[in-house]
Design a protein around this ligand. Structure first.
Ligand SMILES: [Zn+2]
Length: 448
């Protein structure tokens, strides 16, 4: 299909800046042109399905760089407990009964919610099974994603088989919508030898299935809670003198294709290592607040020149994959705790959710901005609403005032996946019915 999005305000997040009264031309999966509406109309006088974007703002699809898509099935099951009790008494006992089918259904639900809130790419760490999995769910709905398999020291053989199968079957598949990652869970659940081995596995899988343009990345939780060093000591008998990043650096596993989620408990040396090794950060402020994990020193990371992106974490600890909400919380949180409203501005926050999110996934050559030659991942937001009036500055509205329900139309990979808030690729009611059925089965098993 060929589309022409006309007469909107285009926030390109790339070299084209902001184009008011602008148009974007989509052919197949690609953005082939953009510019002033009059110029585009003249250049492309006929053909194309025309989408009127008058009074609307057109942005690159938002990018969620840390999620566990399947866990949307457990949303609202348990909240407001201390972390360990929450995990051990509630989440893990239910989660261990999640079947392959549950994982698939949970990911369908996340895919629908993500698109409806303007997110076009989700990076998800979960358990991979060949028959039913998150990659299948995302590709059926048309959501772009990086799908990982989470690895633990207690199941190395199983992990290695899953990683090989995941990379062989899914990396670069579904017309390029799906990429994959190798996901060591965390430094306290993956022993140092296995950590090093998982880096080698990532490199080997890249030689077989990846390329420098289309890499298999490494996605890991790091320094989420204050007691992480103590957990490493208890698990592996290692006493860390310095920070967690110093430890990972000593294992020689860090690099530009490493995405570290959370990064809450960092010291200055950790921050220097993140910058020096070009490790990418996924900031998850809503989850960190809900689980009372702490507040990541994002202004310091930005000052050091690190690439910071935004994630939501799972629906158990958030409880939504809404990146608009995450943008606003990010901006407000760091102003508040630093007693400084200039600590980050709206444009910086929007970059974290778009082009810097793409960099965090090593995918910036194809996504993250509206530019000629990039994949057509585009979100159209209706600005003709009282809470978005008057308009002095569209970027201010995008971070501080837009609600995810203002997202009207979404393209991913050139495909119209949501039009005027109707998802075109799946029956949303059916997905919700399936999710309720999974909930009933899970509660029956645990006797609740
Ligand atoms: Zn997580």
């Amino acid at each position: 299909m060929e589309f022409l999005i006309e007469n909107g305000t285009i926030i390109s997040m790339g070299k084209n800046g902001i184009i008011r009264q602008g148009s974007v031309v989509i052919e197949r999966d690609e953005i082939v042109d953009l510019g002033k509406a009059d110029y585009i109309k003249h250049k492309y006088p006929r053909g194309y399905e025309r989408i009127d974007a008058k009074n609307k703002v057109v942005i690159p699809g938002l990018i969620n760089t840390h999620h566990h898509a399947a866990m949307s099935l457990l949303r609202g099951y348990a909240d407001d407990y201390p972390l360990q009790e929450w995990l051990e008494k509630w989440i893990w006992p239910l989660e261990k009964h999640m079947s392959k089918h549950d994982i698939y259904v949970g990911a369908l639900l996340t895919a629908v919610e993500s698109i409806m809130s303007g997110t076009t790419t989700v990076n998800s760490m979960y358990h991979y099974f060949p028959e039913e999995n998150e990659a299948k769910a995302f590709s059926e709905i048309g959501l772009r994603g990086v799908i990982g398999h989470v690895c633990f020291s207690w199941r190395k053989d199983e992990d290695k088989k899953a990683l090989e199968d995941l990379a062989r079957n899914w990396h670069g598949q579904a017309n390029g919508l799906i990429r994959v990652s190798v996901d060591p869970h965390a430094p306290y659940t993956v022993d140092p030898d296995y950590m090093v081995e998982l880096k080698q596995i990532k490199d080997e899988l890249n030689m077989k299935y990846g390329s420098s343009e289309n890499p298999i990345i490494w996605h890991i939780h790091v320094a989420e809670t204050k007691d992480e060093k103590e957990k490493i000591r208890q698990a592996f008998g290692i006493n860390l003198k310095n920070g967690i990043f110093s430890y990972l650096n000593s294992l020689n596993v860090l690099g530009k294709d490493v995405l570290a989620a959370h990064c809450v408990w960092l010291n200055d040396e950790d921050i220097a290592i993140i910058k020096e090794r070009n490790v990418k950060v996924s900031h998850n402020p809503v989850s960190n607040l809900k689980l009372a994990s702490g507040i990541s020193p994002i202004p310091k990371l930005l000052k050091a020149g690190a690439t910071v992106s935004l994630g939501t974490d799972s629906a158990c600890s958030n409880n939504s994959p809404d990146i608009f909400e995450t943008m606003k919380v990010t901006a407000l949180l760091h102003k508040g705790v630093n007693l400084d409203p200039t600590v980050m501005n709206a444009e910086q926050v929007l970059r974290m959710a778009t082009i810097d999110g793409a960099k965090a996934l090593c995918w910036e050559k194809e996504i993250g901005s509206i530019e000629k030659g990039k994949k057509a991942d585009i979100v159209i937001i209706d600005f003709n609403k009282p809470h978005l009036c008057p308009i002095y500055n569209e970027i201010s509205h995008l971070v501080y005032s837009v609600k995810s329900a203002d997202v009207e139309t979404v393209f991913i990979n050139g495909k119209l996946v949501m039009e005027k808030r109707t998802i075109k690729t799946v029956n949303v009611k059916e997905v919700m019915k399936k999710a309720e059925k999974c909930r009933e089965r899970l509660l029956r098993i645990v006797g609740k």
